[in-house]
Design a protein around this ligand. Structure first.
Ligand SMILES: Cc1cc2nc3c(=O)[nH]c(=O)nc-3n(C[C@H](O)[C@H](O)[C@H](O)COP(=O)(O)O)c2cc1C
Length: 158
């Protein structure tokens, strides 16, 4: 088997176009936290399950690994600023971000295409990530054009 170059692997994996989501939860002190992700995927309709994966090197790894719930927000095409804010390693990503409080104190962003409030159902080892499978407890859907990510860049459908 040929040796896999990590840079080439990253580029090849980036050729798979995805949407962009922001996942949020509260830490053990009750502080709202969140991060931008592209690893979101639907898993099951009945029961309603979704998944995403978090890098073990993330500052938020321990918080999400121990959380009982998370909220996923699928972003609209005009929400690049929201994606950029939640993709930084800033400690205060909610400083200028309005939010509501949901189930289990989840911080909920007011703008999204779809929003899922989930309880963690399974945690799986995924190499340098862990895979967090959540059961959807509540959802909202406001159809609009999505923000996409492809080859390391934001894109839109049209
Ligand atoms: C488009 C995009 C997709 C991302 N997808 C993921 C992901 O699926 N999982 C992950 O752990 N980090 C992902 N990241 C990186 C996190 O957003 C980033 O590491 C995090 O917000 C930095 O803060 P932290 O150190 O507090 O985690 C992504 C970043 C961008 C810009």
């Amino acid at each position: 088997m040929s040796k896999i170059d990590i840079g080439e692997l990253r580029k090849a994996l980036g050729s798979y176009a995805t949407g962009i989501a922001v996942v949020t939860t509260v830490d053990t002190t009750g502080k709202p936290v969140g991060m931008t992700i592209s690893s979101f995927a639907s898993v099951s309709l009945s029961p309603p399950l979704v998944l995403w994966s978090i890098d073990r090197k993330s500052d938020l790894f321990e918080t999400f690994a121990q959380a009982s719930h998370y909220a996923i927000h699928i972003l609209r095409k005009d929400q690049e600023d929201v994606s950029n804010n939640f993709a930084t390693d800033k400690n205060d990503k909610f400083a200028r971000q309005a939010y509501e409080t949901g189930l289990s104190n989840l911080p909920l962003l007011p703008d999204y295409i779809a929003r899922f409030q989930c309880a963690i159902e399974h945690r799986y080892d995924g190499g340098d990530h862990i895979i967090l499978v959540g059961r959807i407890l509540d959802m909202q859907h406001k159809p609009a054009e999505p923000l996409l990510f492809h080859d390391g860049q934001y894109k839109t459908v049209s």
